[in-house]
Structures are given as structure tokens and as C-alpha cells.
Design a protein around this ligand. Structure first.
Ligand SMILES: [Fe+2]
Ligand SMILES: [Fe+2]
Length: 234
């Protein structure tokens, strides 16, 4: 689909774009703040090197989004409530050395949501911003894989840790869905089918659950929890 450059003159479109960039900017800030707080839990040299690379990516992403905001002449706006809550929850869990809770909320869910959003919205923004989204989404895919392997290492075969993971996932789902819902107004302005967007987010989330390689009955509980929150937040 060809981008209609006159959209960049539409106040509604610009407002939606500014709102979206505000979410991404805070998302990157959460990442580059939380990632160093998890370093002490990593013992594998190779993973450690990749996490350090992730940290550099997140700082670069923040600069890229900020530069796009300036290029497009967009105002700095407040991120939505759900993003502020993610910030509080992720940092609080990392501070309490709850690495499973921190990675589930900060990566599995938040970077996961960023992945689905960047992938969907790169088709509805101008070519330069689209190129930025595409570059960042490739990095986010790598970060998600990396952090899924961190989770798998930490949880291992430990039943108590699996239970903690399921619990923290269930506890954080409503916050994730309020983040998805906050995109409705943005999607309307950017001509993204909101139903399609939400389904895509859900689909990617379900795929990530599979990638944790947990025993089937545990993965099933996580999927059931996800579908329950999806239903109730319709
Ligand atoms: Fe990032
Ligand atoms: Fe990331």
C-alpha cells in the first residue's frame, strides 16, 4: 500500500503518531533501565555478551525514535497509563530481584507488544519511519528470542519456578491487554484494523508461550489465562 503523504498534514494522524512514538520512547527507556538490572543473573558468557548488545540496541532505538519525532515535527506527549504501569511493574520486579517477573513483563510482554505493533504499523507510516520500524523490529525479535532462552535457563525443570512463571504471567495479562486497548484510538487514525491488530498480538503472544518449551499442561494453562483475559477485555 502506497503511503499518502498528505496524511502527515492531518492533525488526527499526527496526534496518533505522536502518541505511538511516546509509547515506544518509554518502552525503550524501560528496556535500557531494566536490562542492566538483570545482568547479575546471567552466568553464561555468550548470553551475557548478547544481553550487553541488547542494551546498546535499546539505547540506539530510543535515539532513533526521538530523532523521528523531531524530523516529523511532532510534539512530546505523555505515554498512556498502561505504559507507566509497565514501567513501575518491570522496574519494581527487577529491584526485588524477581527476574522471572521482570523478564515476563519487560520482555515477554512489553517487547512482544512492541514487536507486533512495529510489524503491523510499519505499513501505515511514511517510508522513513517505516524503515526505522523495520530495523527496530528485527532487533526486538532477537531480544525476545534471547530473553526466552534466559527464562528457559532460569526455570529449567524446577516446578516451583514454573508455577511462579504461570502466576506472574496471569497477574500481568490485564496490564498487557490494557496496553493493546490503548492502541484502538491510534489504530483508527492510522487505518489499522483494530481487530486484526489485537488478533495478531494474541497470536504472537501464544507463539511465545510455545517457545518457552514448558510441559504441555503448563503451556495450556498460560494459553487459557491469555484467552480468558482476551475475552473479558473485549
Ligand atoms: Fe528496543
Ligand atoms: Fe528490545
Amino acid at each position: 500500500m502506497e503511503f499518502k503523504s498528505e496524511l502527515l498534514d492531518s492533525p488526527g494522524y499526527r496526534e496518533a503518531l505522536a502518541a505511538m512514538l511516546a509509547q515506544f520512547l518509554l518502552g525503550e527507556e524501560i528496556s535500557f533501565t531494566a536490562v542492566p538490572m538483570g545482568l547479575e543473573f546471567i552466568t553464561n558468557e555468550d548470553i551475557l555478551r548478547q544481553i550487553e548488545e541488547q542494551l546498546e540496541d535499546e539505547k540506539r532505538h530510543h535515539k532513533m525514535f526521538a530523532a523521528e519525532r523531531v524530523r516529523l515535527g511532532l510534539p512530546t506527549v505523555e505515554p498512556v497509563e498502561a505504559m507507566h504501569r509497565f514501567n513501575d511493574v518491570v522496574i519494581d520486579r527487577m529491584r526485588k530481584r524477581d527476574i522471572i517477573g521482570g523478564v515476563i513483563s519487560g520482555c515477554f510482554m512489553l517487547e512482544g507488544a512492541a514487536f507486533s505493533t512495529l510489524l503491523t504499523h510499519c505499513d501505515t507510516v511514511d517510508p522513513k519511519l517505516s524503515a526505522v520500524f523495520k530495523e527496530i523490529v528485527a532487533d526486538e525479535a532477537r531480544h525476545i528470542s534471547l530473553n526466552i532462552s534466559v527464562l528457559r535457563d532460569i526455570v529449567g525443570d524446577d516446578a516451583a519456578k514454573m508455577e511462579a512463571l504461570v502466576e506472574v504471567h496471569r497477574e500481568t495479562l490485564p496490564m498487557l491487554f490494557s496496553l493493546f486497548q490503548s492502541f484502538q484510538a491510534i489504530n483508527n487514525e492510522l487505518a489499522v484494523d483494530n481487530e486484526w491488530f489485537t488478533m495478531r498480538c494474541l497470536f504472537h503472544h501464544s507463539q511465545r508461550i510455545r517457545r518457552l518449551h514448558l510441559p504441555n499442561h503448563i503451556a495450556k494453562v498460560m494459553l487459557t489465562d491469555t484467552m480468558a483475559v482476551a475475552q473479558s477485555s473485549k
